[in-house]
Design a protein around this ligand. Structure first.
Ligand SMILES: [Zn+2]
Length: 324
């Protein structure tokens, strides 16, 4: 349906599985690092079926004798981690904060219910079916990380040095990015989205932008975002400008007493970011930003946030207006 059956080599030993993920949720870029009979997988897809597609392509690259027994998880969202069960016994490396965050995520069973047991004629049910109906969330058993760290963790894959840099809270509380200094590649996870608006759950935007700046300072040739096309440094610079502008707009409108939803409607109405898909995600990221601006540290209602986004997308798709 959606997934590439091939890996794209972007540097020696670095092979990216990049599904066509613009204008939709849940299709994460995953990467195979392979050198001298050793291999490392960075992130796994959302479902076992998608993961088998990725792993089949990976094994075609490595040969079947190379074990795929180490996974790095960039953060604890399901679309980057739920395929881990397809490599039973693998060492799963993540930040300690990602391990703690995992228990706050919606479960596969809850997502299944949101796709199948909601009203398809209401925004939330319509939106979940549109963006998540293509995934089979049955028979997923979420795997916890087996190796966790804080700050920095280094390893090697054959001859390839691999640095893991903790940068959360930013997109989530437990983010890391992967730096391959000799390949001049950074695997950014959801610190970076390309093509679509990001949805940041932890924030604030200042920390996401700072993590992007940290990536640029490493002078990579290629940056692999969590979703969307691979970027050169100029693409990441443009993304930082977007993040900075969004933070400025949030500060301005929060100061004017507007709600995050009102701010999202205004920016979408202005068509302020015409090149990015899924503008309804502004409702989520701005809600995150407004919580920081208000000093509100209560746990957000994740489904409620997606419901706001769904209402915006529903209005746009149907021409109907809903009270927000
Ligand atoms: Zn994510």
């Amino acid at each position: 349906m959606i997934a590439s059956t091939e890996l794209k080599q972007i540097a020696p030993g670095v092979h990216v599985w990049a599904p066509n993920s613009v204008d939709t949720w849940g299709l994460a870029n995953c990467t195979l690092i392979h050198s001298e009979g050793n291999a490392l997988v960075v992130d796994t897809p959302y479902t076992p079926a998608l993961t088998e597609t990725f792993l089949t392509a990976a094994r075609q690259t490595t040969g079947s004798e190379v074990p795929l027994s180490t996974i790095v998880t960039t953060h604890a969202n399901g679309d980057h981690t739920w395929g881990s069960q397809c490599l039973p016994g693998a060492d799963i490396i993540a930040t300690h904060a990602a391990l703690e965050h995992q228990c706050l995520e919606p479960t596969p069973q809850q997502l299944y219910a949101l796709v199948h047991d909601t009203d398809p004629d209401q925004p939330l049910g319509w939106y979940f079916r549109l963006h998540f109906g293509k995934f089979n969330f049955q028979d997923i058993h979420v795997q916890a990380p087996t190796t966790t760290f804080t700050g920095r963790h280094d390893l090697t894959v054959g001859k390839i040095p691999v640095e893991l840099h903790e940068v959360g809270p930013a997109h989530t509380v437990g983010d890391l990015f992967v730096h391959l200094p000799e390949q001049r590649v950074v695997l950014a996870g959801d610190i970076v989205f390309a093509g679509d608006h990001p949805c940041h759950w932890a924030g604030p935007l200042e920390r996401v932008a700072a993590a992007c700046e940290q990536i640029l300072e490493l002078d990579p040739q290629w940056i692999v975002p969590g979703h969307g096309p691979i970027l050169a440094p100029d693409g990441l610079r443009s993304h930082i400008s977007y993040l900075d502008d969004l933070a400025d707009q949030a500060l301005l409108m929060h100061g004017q007493g507007k709600t995050a939803i009102e701010a999202a409607h205004i920016l979408i109405g202005e068509d302020r970011y015409p090149d990015l898909g899924l503008p309804e995600r502004l409702a989520i990221t701005l809600a995150t930003e407004f919580r920081h601006l208000s000093g509100d540290d209560r746990r957000p209602d994740l489904v409620g946030l997606v419901d706001h986004a769904a209402r915006i997308a529903w209005s746009k798709a149907s021409g109907r207006t809903l009270a927000s």
